[in-house]
Design a protein around this ligand. Structure first.
Ligand code: FAD
Ligand code: DLZ
Ligand code: SF4
Length: 513
């Protein structure tokens, strides 16, 4: 008699407590989660990222077991663990006497290919099932833009608002405007106290000891008994409640600010819970939307719209770009950049205060908020001409929320413009002017933000002008940058020469800045 049993794989970022798979308990189904070297080793991860993923996977497996599901959980040091999805699945199909294999649709191209190949090679029927997480299908962005000249987040976002009836009054946006971005550009002035971030004291000492014993290479800091990130549904919900109560009223207003006084300001810090699917984007949007409706005095439209745009707009859009453009997206290098990533990305030891702060907190918390990623570390890597492969590897390793579908589109696309303008219509570069406008970094910096060349000249200044100058053939016709070229062209030849010399000198000794 055939055993009639199914093996179902759940990946480390597929911890969807609300998935229909788990609604009924079926003893003919075995769920498997596995901690494996192929996943710990494809890039060097921040130790908090690996610890949080493993802790979240373990909590999820325990939750499944408590509900009566049959679960196999392979820890990294389990003797039976073959350390790859394919090898473990092949073995488990036999040991669990299963005659069917099912898996949830992976979000990463590499894993998707790996599992598709595996499924093809197995002697049993297989099925791939939706993760029931995203608001759009894998290819919805691609299909939406088919036949159109350019990808444009804003038009996709408006379509999402209509389709999901979010912040709409009939077919019009609530308040009459689609986008309140211009109201999201305030410097943090200290007037509103920053809420203390909601953190946890998860003990991950066993996990980290296991990683060390196994020789898994990681970097970054960790407090073994106090991992601050949510590792189960209950904790994830607590972060969501905290955000809605304390941060949402100021979210949009200070979204683009940076300050040495806080590492997360009014940001939600929900990306890890979202990307591992412990929370769904729709429930996050609904919770925030409900809070806004309940108290429009306290939470104005610009705040809620700014937040919804990130999740309903940017997050879904980036995923769509990923599936439209992979795998060739991963090798794009529009500017042919080839420099090494400076050493201080791994240590934070630099005289540039903005970089020291953004990198320092990334190493301490495995987190930096969007504008730090884009306008400090990303901006600098682009101005310095760093190879996008190295930039990607750093971002994919360092952040708690880094999974390739959302990391590479943000890094290679939005931040490095290595895709030549698929995600963004111009490179996100800036000199010290922007940094000073949006942060308190410059006032206590070794470098002088007002100086372009000479002693203690802020490196961002000369590198910024030099970037435009040396990439004129690629950017000169972009109408969004025309004004900057006019400013450059008005500078005297001697000023231009001094800037070029300064930039070239800084690029030669990038590691010493
Ligand atoms: P909030 O500011 O509170 O925003 C709310 C939510 O909106 C986030 O949790 C996230 O789910 C979503 N969101 C906001 N901006 C974006 C965006 N640009 N793309 C996709 N979703 C967005 N985000 C990741 O989740 N993983 C990454 O690996 C990642 N790498 C990045 C690399 C670079 C160079 C840049 C510029 C951005 C990157 N982002 C990434 C986007 C963004 O910086 C993070 O989503 C955000 O900082 C997470 O913190 P938060 O939850 O406090 O976000
Ligand atoms: C990032 C990560 C790590 C470090 N470890 C595991 C693991 O051991 N097992 C697992 O199933 N998933 C892990 N992940 C997540 C995957 O590498 C991968 O990034 C996502 O599944 C792709 O969407
Ligand atoms: Fe950064 Fe330059 Fe400002 Fe220093 S002066 S914090 S290096 S932008």
């Amino acid at each position: 008699m055939a055993p009639n049993r199914t093996l179902r794989l759940i990946l480390g970022d597929q911890l969807n407590y609300k998935h229909s798979w788990f609604a009924t308990v079926d003893q003919s189904v075995t769920y498997v989660l596995m901690e494996i070297r192929s996943e710990t080793d494809y890039v060097t991860h921040h130790v908090q990222k690996v610890a949080a993923i493993f802790a979240a996977m373990r909590s999820f497996a325990t939750w499944l077991e408590k509900r009566g599901h049959r679960v196999v959980y392979l820890t990294l040091d389990d003797d039976r663990n073959q350390q790859s999805f394919a090898d473990n699945i092949q073995r488990l199909l036999k040991s669990e006497t299963c005659d069917r294999f099912e898996y949830l649709c992976p979000d990463e191209y590499r894993v998707d290919r790996h599992l598709a190949e595996l499924a093809k090679s197995l002697p049993v029927p297989t099925a791939v099932v939706d993760t029931e997480h995203f608001l759009t299908g894998r290819y919805e962005v691609r299909d939406f833009f088919t036949g159109k000249k350019q990808y444009l987040m804003e038009s996709f976002y408006r379509e999402m608002r209509r389709k999901h009836d979010i912040l709409m009054e009939g077919d019009k946006p609530v308040g009459g405007k689609w986008n309140y971005d211009v109201e999201n550009r305030n410097r943090y002035d200290g007037k509103v106290p920053v809420p203390t971030p909601k953190t946890f004291r998860n003990d991950v000492s066993d996990i980290v000891a296991m990683l060390e014993k196994a020789g898994v290479s990681t970097f970054g800091e960790i407090d073994l008994k106090k991992l601050i990130w949510p590792v189960n549904r209950q904790q994830a919900m607590a972060v969501l409640r905290h955000f809605v109560e304390h941060c949402l009223p100021y979210f949009g207003r200070y979204q683009d600010s940076m300050t040495t006084e806080s590492w997360s300001l009014f940001h939600s810090r929900l990306s890890f819970a979202l990307n591992t699917k412990m929370l769904s984007p729709l429930e996050v949007i609904e919770r925030a939307g409900q809070a806004w409706q309940d108290n429009t005095q306290r939470i104005d439209l610009a705040q809620i719209e700014g937040f919804v745009r990130q999740i309903l707009g940017w997050r879904e859009y980036m995923r769509g770009i990923y599936w439209a453009a992979m795998p060739e997206y991963a090798s794009r290098n529009y500017f042919d950049h080839s420099a090494d990533l400076p050493e201080y990305y791994w240590t934070g030891e630099t005289n540039m205060n903005c970089m020291r702060h953004a990198i320092g907190q990334s190493l301490e918390y495995a987190y930096a908020h969007h504008i730090q990623r884009l306008m400090v570390t990303g901006n600098f890597a682009l101005l310095a001409g760093v190879d996008p492969d190295r930039v990607d590897a750093w971002y994919l390793g360092v952040y708690i929320d880094a999974f390739e579908w959302v990391e590479i589109t943000n890094t290679r696309g939005m931040s490095q413009y290595a895709d030549g303008g698929v995600v963004g219509s111009k490179p996100y570069v800036s000199s010290a002017n922007y940094m000073h406008k949006m942060s308190d970094y410059c006032k206590s910096c070794y470098y002088d933000r007002k100086v372009k060349h000479g002693e203690r000249a802020c490196p961002f200044n000369s590198l910024y002008w030099d970037f435009y100058d040396r990439n004129r053939d690629k950017l000169g016709n972009n109408p969004r940058i025309a004004q900057m070229y006019r400013v450059w062209d008005k500078m005297s030849e001697s000023e231009q020469a001094a800037i070029r010399t300064q930039a070239s000198e800084y690029r030669k000794r990038l590691n010493d800045l």
